[in-house]
Design a protein around this ligand. Structure first.
Ligand code: ADP
Ligand code: MG
Ligand code: MG
Length: 922
């Protein structure tokens, strides 16, 4: 049996081997293959990492043998030997997972130095300062990554040394200083880890490989994986690569470039550069680097070469790249490339540009739009109509605007956010360990670090606004100073990641608009998709907004939302509390003209597009005051009454029974207060109200008297609504507007329910429209949300013009979860424990609820082959659920106005991924 191959030389791999070699390793191999200047090296596979964990954290047999053979390869290529005291080979040991996780795992540079080889390096390069700088970096990284000594302990020693010597710049540090720091670092390690820094280079190598594998499970990597839905089982590869040095003189340097601007998508080389520095200095955000344009001035030929390589890489990968490079004595090396993380706006812009440049097809462009980007296509911006007080301006690292209370450490950020307080995380620099704080915060502000620092990269990937490198901020514990202003923990600030502004206080945010690129992409999406996209809207303003975003009609108007306005709620309450049908009719008659106006507004806004109106759905008690509050008031009044009985005439309005509190109390009860009756009279009113509210109380309102059950018991309510709809339709038709009402009966479980309600609607239509009927076409359909309705869909379809799946209620009833209780209690726990994969209220449960939908569609269409079917509710705005709707053959989905663009793109992606339509897309 052949031994497992754990190690692949860069010459042996390619980008297609990402699963095995990790992204970094596969790309290093690919770049080696196409002849780019990549220092020689090899990759230990992710399979080795999985085997490492499977065997209780031990390197599998054969790994170190294969590593050592591969090391000889590097030695031969470089003409150096690992551990050679005269001309030592140094390597980096780099993590590299399958999905990019910038900065989340560990890397060690300059491995192979010890007390002897450092002297060889000094002599060979004729540069002892450089050699000891490398050595102290190695000890620091090894101490941190392998022995878990906090970096700050090393930094402190460095700072103290610089202070003692009176240095302000690192460039003033001499070879002897570095050498003495090396001694201090070694002592620190002995103290903290109780083992010496290993002088045996092979021991260094083995420990470093193990540590990189272990870093797969450090806290920040775990959090990052969770946030980005990366499977825990994947594991990381380890890349071992000959070192090149950007830190041996001013003709050396290191940097990061993006082939396009990752914030805006502009087509210019974008990046940063530090002379005389080693890679970590840029990506760790410790020094704020220079913009890449400075490299053009300082090293013109190398800049040109870099630009050419960047272009070559972009064309090769057909995507914007994020490239790490180092210049070692006038020679350029590429150390990493990967698809660049970018903001949703930049993603859109870049994809459109790539299509226009003929690099990718429209279909590829559409398929590239990521799920998280879809959620954030529409970014908010600061409303500049006021004159904001600008405290400082930093680098615009990730666009979008955010307001929040300033906090200065990540744990506080997390706590406050949990308490529902929006926060802006303010740090001098953020390290990858801060990830949980970044995740929690509305936005991130740092005083140091560049646009390509890990903090900025991570924020952009999450679509969080970020301003970094804001050097005029003086951060001091739990406060910062900007000029003569001091901002303390808890003070409100705002940041604008599009232009780097830091603003005092809370500012108005304005909703985003569609960019030209997004419009373009949406148009391409419309050319492809077959699923129609409607919107949920209850008022003309939302309806118009949704139309601008491309909604093809209203898929759900929740009429109950129309009942909550201040002018209606009292009428609605009287109507509900009416003692007789007669009395109820009186209040309904008052509601009729109001509803009429509501519907006419919607028809006008949607002229020519269908407007699906759901008749009243929720249980009545939702419109009534809360029982507990009412009974408290009752007892207060009773006490008051007793006191009043003891007080002389004319002094009854005291303390808590002031006129205003009483008027407010009555208003919340929906009752008028023409006069101020005594406590006794009011108490009687409250008592009566309380009695009725108790009467309407239900043990389980979700399964109680609601939906069509209301319409059947109190037909006059639905009659009023139907009348209002048809009157509005007739009025609009007379104005030349095409009103297309589609009336939807909620919560049907038995065909007879629908039959009754349908004939009610038809009857009213005939009465109201009379001869106008021909000019006012309408449909009557039903929500399918009760499982029984889905199961008996063939019967229900006989009476329905359309089915609209109410997936929220359907999920509640299929799982037997009451949503409010589930989400408040066990559901998060379930998802965390992986009892179920997602919250089924967010992502449609294909196996259960989905099966019911498929069944209902199929059964319904056996009766009416062209039966219109759709989904309304939150699932309609979720990408995975939209994919399901497409696959299940639904005609449309309906979602909230702001999710309409997202839904259009997801619908196109669904079509493209299902295979059909991918040929004719070019
Ligand atoms: P991360 O995933 O944190 O970016 P990397 O493995 O890419 O970790 O390495 C961290 C830094 O060290 C990067 O700037 C990288 O370019 C630099 N680096 C890695 N290997 C080498 C090497 N062989 N020579 C010089 N610099 C290197
Ligand atoms: Mg890197
Ligand atoms: Mg429902």
């Amino acid at each position: 049996m052949n031994a497992v191959k754990w190690v692949f030389l860069f010459q042996e791999g390619s980008v297609s081997m990402k699963e095995l070699l990790g992204g970094k390793g596969a790309n290093l191999a690919e770049m080696t293959g196409i002849g780019l200047p990549v220092p020689p090296g090899f990759t230990v596979t992710t399979e080795a990492c999985r085997a490492f964990y499977a065997s209780g954290r031990a390197l599998p047999e054969g790994v170190m043998e294969q590593v050592s053979t591969a090391m000889h390869g590097i030695e031969d290529a470089k003409g150096q030997r690992f551990g050679d005291p005269h001309n030592p080979l140094l390597v980096s040991v780099r993590s590299g997972s399958v999905s990019s996780m910038p900065g989340m795992m560990d890397t060690i540079l300059n491995l192979g130095l010890n007390d002897e080889t450092v002297q060889g390096l000094a002599k060979e390069t004729n540069n002892p300062r450089f050699a000891y700088d490398c050595y102290r970096r190695l000890i620091q990284m090894y101490g941190n990554v392998v022995l878990h000594i906090p970096l700050i302990s090393f930094e402190d020693l460095l700072i103290r040394m610089k202070e003692e010597r009176g240095y302000s710049e690192e460039s003033e540090v001499t070879a002897e200083d570095w050498q003495s720091l090396v001694d201090q670092y070694k002592q620190l390690i002995e103290q903290e880890a109780a083992v010496p820094f290993p002088q045996n280079v092979n021991e260094q190598l083995e420990k470093a490989i193990e540590a990189v594998f272990l870093s797969w499970n450090n806290a920040r990597a775990i959090i990052y994986r969770k946030a980005h839905r990366i499977p825990d089982e994947q594991g990381t590869a380890v890349n071992i690569q000959a070192m090149v040095f950007g830190n041996r003189g001013d003709d050396c340097g290191t940097g990061v470039v993006f082939t396009r601007n990752p914030s805006t998508g502009d087509k210019i080389l974008f990046g940063e550069f530090l002379t005389n520095a080693q890679g970590e200095d840029v990506v760790a955000g410790i020094r704020t680097p220079l913009p890449i344009a400075r490299m053009e001035q300082e090293m013109p030929p190398l800049y040109v070469q870099l630009a050419e390589l960047a272009d070559k890489l972009e064309r090769h990968y057909k995507d914007m790249q994020d490239i790490e490079f180092t210049v070692d004595k006038h020679k350029l090396y590429i150390l990493q490339t990967r698809g660049g993380k970018r903001t949703p706006q930049a993603a859109m812009r870049i994809a459109v540009q790539l299509v226009e440049e003929g690099i990718i097809t429209k279909a590829e462009a559409l398929l590239r739009i990521e799920e998280t980007h879809l959620d954030q296509l529409l970014h908010r911006a600061i409303d500049c109509s006021g004159e904001p007080e600008v405290l400082a301006v930093g680098l615009p690292a990730s666009p979008g605007a955010a307001s929040g209370q300033a906090v200065f450490d990540t744990d506080t950020a997390e706590h406050w956010t949990k308490e529902g307080k929006p926060v802006i995380l303010v740090r001098s620099e953020t390290t990858p360990e801060d990830i949980h704080g970044v995740l929690a915060a509305e936005g991130v502000l740092t005083s140091r670090g560049g646009m390509t620092s890990h903090a900025a990269v991570v924020a952009r990937g999450m679509g969080k606004p970020c301003v970094c490198g804001c050097e005029s901020l003086d951060i001091d514990g739990n406060l910062f100073r900007a000029g003569d202003r001091t901002i303390r923990e808890g003070d409100w600030i705002s940041i604008d990641g599009a232009n780097g502004r830091v603003i005092a206080g809370k500012v108005g945010l304005k909703e985003a608009e569609l960019s030209a690129e997004l419009e373009q992409m949406l148009q391409w999406a419309d050319e492809v998709r077959t699923l129609r996209v409607m919107t949920n809207a209850d008022n003309p303003e939302d309806a118009r907004k949704a139309s601008l975003f491309g909604a093809e009609g209203i898929g759900l108007c929740r009429t109950e939302h129309m009942f909550f306005g201040a002018d209606r709620l009292p009428l609605v309450r009287h109507m509900i509390l009416a003692e007789s049908k007669e009395e109820r009719l009186k209040w309904l008659a008052e509601l009729l003209p109001i509803q009429h106006k509501d519907f006419a507004g919607l028809f006008r806004a949607m002229d020519g597009k269908p407007v699906t109106i759901r008749l009243l759905d929720p249980p009545m008690h939702e419109f009534l005051p809360n029982v507990d509050e009412l009974s408290q008031r009752y007892y207060r009044l009773a006490a008051q009454e007793r006191r009043e009985a003891a007080v002389p005439e004319g002094h009854e309005f005291t303390s808590d029974r002031s006129a205003s509190t009483k008027a407010a109390g009555l208003a919340t009860a929906g009752l008028d207060s023409q006069d101020f009756p005594s406590a006794a009279v009011e108490k009687a009113e409250v008592e009566q109200l309380l009695r009725k509210v108790r009467l309407l109380h239900e043990a389980n309102p979700m399964l109680g008297q609601r939906g069509c059950r209301l319409g059947i018991v109190f037909p006059e309510i639905y009659e009023m609504q139907a009348e209002a709809i048809f009157r509005a339709a007739a009025e609009c038709a007379a104005e030349g507007i095409r009103a297309l009402p589609e009336i939807m009966i909620p919560l049907v479980g038995h065909v007879n329910e629908l039959e009754l309600m349908r004939s009610l609607v038809d009857r009213i239509a005939k009465r109201v429209l009379g001869r106008e009927a021909a000019r006012c076409p309408y449909k009557v359909g039903t929500m399918i949300e009760v499982p029984r309705a889905a199961l008996t869909a063939h019967q229900i379809a006989e009476k329905a013009d359309f089915f609209s799946f109410g997936t929220n209620d359907m999920t509640q009833m299929t799982f037997g979860y009451s949503r409010d209780d589930a989400e408040g209690k066990f559901l998060t726990h379930y998802v965390e424990q992986k009892v179920i994969p997602h919250n089924p209220f967010q992502v449609l449960d294909r196996e259960g609820v989905g099966q019911l939908i498929e069944w209902a569609v199929q059964k319904g269409r056996t009766v009416k082959p062209h039966l219109k079917t759709g989904v309304c509710g939150e699932h309609g705005g979720d990408r995975q659920s939209i994919f399901f709707c497409h696959a299940a053959g639904l005609d449309y989905i309906s979602c909230s106005p702001y999710r309409v663009p997202l839904a259009r793109i997801a619908a196109a992606q669904a079509q493209l991924l299902s295979g059909a339509g991918s040929q004719d897309q070019k």
